[in-house]
Design a protein around this ligand. Structure first.
Ligand code: ZN
Length: 228
């Protein structure tokens, strides 16, 4: 069964990550969780360190302990887009139904800001953003999802490549299937491992020194990971 719906018109199924009991994948998920918990303290930013109880616990990746009600709750996403100064807090999914008006507003915030073009974003990607935020929110970490890149038009993507910025020629950003984002105060290493736990696609880790820190690329393509 799929964790997320593939198309905006489909209703997501309510099944969490790592649902194949006894698989090697489960074992790997669990092992990575243990490593994550062990290293989390050193990786968290000052804001998160103030709330040490929000360290991701093992139940995220452990199918035996997975809280299925997590996937049944209304999906309220708190987004910011520094590039345009926009903010959006909206419930886009509730009781099995995608709210199309809310979905369109999310797509607008995830648009190509430079080209001012809106794209029909993959709802599975939106669910990934929501799940990361909702998961840490349960531990008192309330940061909005800060979007640095959502949909990219071919022109914008080409421009990024010309400028030497990390962008692939066949980027899934061009198909509305990728987003670059961070949660202020949460180290990208933790955020990325969290997103990997959802097994919803590819995850790129972009570590950067400085006040802005790094970010995570998440997409709904084949499962893979890399550092950029
Ligand atoms: Zn990206």
């Amino acid at each position: 069964m799929k964790l997320f719906s593939k198309k905006p018109t489909e209703k997501p199924t309510e099944v969490g990550p790592c649902v194949q009991p006894g698989s090697r994948r489960n074992f790997l998920c669990h092992a990575s969780t243990l490593a994550l918990v062990g290293s989390a303290g050193a990786l968290l930013g000052p804001a998160a360190q103030a709330a040490t109880s929000m360290l991701p616990p093992p139940d995220l990746f452990d199918p035996d302990l997975l809280d299925l009600t997590f996937w049944l709750q209304p999906r309220t996403l708190n987004l910011v887009r520094p590039q345009s100064g926009e903010k959006l807090k909206i419930t886009y999914w509730k009781d099995g139904d995608l709210n199309l008006n809310a979905y369109e507003q999310v797509c607008e915030l995830l648009r190509d800001v430079q080209a001012n073009r809106i794209f029909r974003m993959d709802t599975q990607l939106i669910d990934t953003l929501w799940a990361a935020q909702a998961f840490v929110r349960r531990y008192g970490f309330e940061a909005p999802v800060e979007i640095t890149s959502g949909y990219r038009s071919p022109e914008t993507n080409s421009r990024l490549i010309e400028q030497g910025l990390p962008a692939a020629r066949n980027s899934l950003h061009l198909r509305g299937q990728a987003a670059d984002f961070c949660l202020n105060g949460l180290h990208p290493q933790i955020l990325g491992q969290l997103v990997q736990g959802f097994q919803a696609g590819g995850v790129g880790f972009y570590f950067r020194v400085g006040a802005k820190g790094g970010w995570i690329h998440a997409d709904t393509g084949p499962a893979r990971q890399w550092r950029g």
